[in-house]
Design a protein around this ligand. Structure first.
Ligand SMILES: [Zn+2]
Length: 624
């Protein structure tokens, strides 16, 4: 078989193994929710109704649908409880807490009635999933309506959602409603809720929340009746009628994948307008610790929003809310729940991180369970850049070295699992955490090394503009980067995401021969990478020798126009070493370094640099 045919076959095999729709065959389901909920703040129970219009845009006929009932996870003996009791490094926030919840502290969601197109439909609940056997299949292109009555109890806050969190916020209401599971090119995602990560159907939410009038409500969506409600939402100067009867808050959220809200009687509510951008809302409990930091926060968040919109694509909604609640920081469409009793830099750090999830999750809604590194990792990458911009704008040091350090530590620990691992299925929380946040960030930092930073940033904006309001996958992302750079990148996705191959390049030898110097590079790890070899000469001048990989079928643009770059023959990766010629005598060279930008996650950097005065060898012709 000729070489070309063989590589073509291998390539089609790879495509088949990861078959998924391309942008031309892409489809996604659609939901329109209309919900009303009445909350009893004494019992922490609620009654709700939901009218869901579901549009089947898939090419498949659906005979079942599934809903998430996340609150059922907060019961002793639930899969989430047992998972936490058995994993070797449980999340401190969960630990054995679920196993100890009393009847009044557990969470639950009960579906008391469900109709499909007006007719009662059979359904049953298994843990956190409601399975519905449809009366009539939903054909491709068809709509169905589901009318549901449900009630629930808000669990004592353990993880993300719940009442009375550690900082005394009454209600952190994420995962609070029966939520249609997503159906996509991989079928249904009716995964039991055991720890982390979400996937939702794109759609529109119309939500009415009736609650005691002393509570301020914050969340996803635009408040429709601000001048009736008040609580800091009203137009300046409006007079709000005071009442002791429950208030009904009416929110609408267009084109989002989820709806979160929070409520507390002591929320301080402030706002800040981003010029040519959204209105930012802040909700926190005023105390000695929060007052100063939360009053300084808006200025930084305006800057962060502007920086992100300029560099990663325009934020598409007119509103974003920073809400004290939950148990750390968690992203939701148009809003976040964050703990608020923090030092200033930590408060800014968590706020920036969650805000940036508006790009990498809120708008580019990858399936977080399958690609946690594409929402957490990409967010961490953009957070590091944004934090550097906010606090150290003159610093040009690589801001991702923290992420790189934690990835490298994991790589040498023996605990690493491939990035393709489903986020619920990692052996340890640690491997999940480092992979999702750090290795995901390093995936991008290295990619910027491979294709050049300017091209990379262009690609990030193209990715955003091409895939916003959709569910992009890792292949969709890498294809955008291939199209933007003109470089083949499938090998990179394969090595760094599908395997735990490690990267180690070194300078093996430097041999002077008259007016020239021969440098031999070697690949010691399994992972492959193009090489930027930085040369510093004795007279202080600098040069970059660039060795692309043959498998790239292209090369990056010059990144630093102030330094001359010499592009060499590409490196066929199966060769363990590569010798290049520098047209200067060894005596003129001071030092050599592979990747002085420190973007390569090289597990052994000690062999990346070579100081000539210490190690240079002079070539001796053995024939003489
Ligand atoms: Zn995150």
């Amino acid at each position: 078989m000729n070489k070309y045919l063989l590589s073509l076959l291998l390539y089609s095999a790879l495509l088949y193994a990861h078959a998924q729709p391309t942008s031309t065959t892409y489809w996604q389901q659609h939901v329109d929710y209309k919900m009303e909920i009445k909350v009893d703040v004494k019992t922490h129970q609620f009654e709700g109704s939901q009218k869901l219009t579901y549009t089947n845009n898939s090419p498949d006929t659906l005979t079942k649908v599934y809903y998430h009932l996340y609150f059922n996870a907060f019961q002793p003996g639930s899969m989430m409880d047992v998972r936490s009791l058995n994993i070797e490094d449980p999340d401190r926030r969960v630990g054995s807490r679920i196993s100890k919840l009393s009847d009044s502290e557990i969470g639950y969601q009960h579906v008391t009635s469900l109709k499909q197109n007006g007719n009662t439909v059979s359904h049953h609940t298994e843990g956190t999933i409601l399975e519905v056997m449809l009366n009539k299949p939903i054909l491709p292109g068809q709509k169905a309506t589901f009318d549901m009555e449900f009630n629930g109890q808000v669990p004592l806050q353990v993880r993300r959602t719940g009442r009375d969190n550690a900082e005394g916020i009454s209600y952190s209401m994420s995962q609070w409603y029966p939520k249609m599971t997503e159906y996509d090119y991989l079928g249904w995602h009716a995964n039991p809720y055991i720890a982390r990560e979400f996937h939702g159907v794109w759609g529109n939410f119309d939500v009415k929340i009736t609650i005691d009038p002393t509570y301020t409500v914050a969340g996803t969506g635009y408040l429709q009746n601000a001048n009736e409600i008040g609580h800091g939402y009203e137009k300046k100067g409006s007079k709000i009628k005071s009442t002791d009867k429950p208030l009904t808050w009416h929110f609408k959220a267009p084109n989002v994948i989820d709806f979160m809200w929070a409520a507390d009687p002591d929320y301080e509510h402030t706002t800040a307008q981003v010029p040519n951008g959204p209105m930012l809302h802040f909700f926190y409990q005023k105390n000695q610790q929060t007052e100063e930091n939360w009053s300084k926060l808006p200025e930084k968040m305006v800057q962060a929003m502007q920086f992100m919109s300029t560099n990663f694509g325009q934020y598409p909604y007119d509103q974003y809310s920073f809400i004290q609640g939950g148990d750390g920081g968690m992203e939701y469409p148009m809003a976040t729940l964050i703990t608020g009793n923090r030092k200033f830099q930590s408060l800014v750090g968590v706020s920036v991180h969650e805000l940036i999830h508006s790009w990498f999750q809120g708008v580019l809604a990858t399936n977080e369970s399958l690609f946690p590194w594409m929402d957490e990792g990409f967010t961490s990458y953009a957070s590091s850049i944004t934090m550097q911009h906010l606090f150290y704008p003159k610093n040009d040091k690589n801001p991702h070295l923290g992420s790189q350090g934690s990835y490298l530590l994991m790589a040498s620990s023996g605990l690493e699992e491939p990035l393709t691992t489903h986020s619920d299925h990692y052996k340890t929380n640690r491997a999940y955490g480092v992979n999702a946040y750090s290795k995901g960030a390093i995936f991008l930092d290295q990619l910027s090394y491979i294709i050049g930073h300017e091209t990379f940033m262009k690609g990030m904006r193209r990715y955003y503009n091409t895939w916003k309001f959709k569910h992009p996958t890792s292949i969709d992302f890498i294809r955008i980067m291939e199209k933007t750079s003109g470089i083949e990148l499938d090998w990179y996705l394969e090595h760094f995401a599908y395997t735990t191959k490690q990267l180690d390049y070194g300078i093996k030898s430097v041999i002077g021969q008259g007016d020239a110097t021969f440098v031999t590079l070697e690949r010691l790890g399994e992972m492959i990478m193009p090489i930027d070899l930085y040369i510093e000469y004795m007279d202080g001048s600098k040069e970059i020798i660039y060795v692309p990989l043959r498998i790239m079928r292209g090369f990056k643009n010059v990144e630093d126009t102030k330094v001359e770059r010499i592009t060499k023959e590409s490196w066929p990766w199966t060769y363990p070493s590569y010798t290049l010629k520098i047209k200067h005598p060894a005596s003129k060279i001071k030092s050599l370094e592979i990747d002085s930008s420190l973007r390569m996650a090289d597990i052994d950097r000690s062999n990346n640099t070579f100081r000539l005065n210490e190690h240079v060898q002079e070539f001796k012709d053995p024939t003489k």
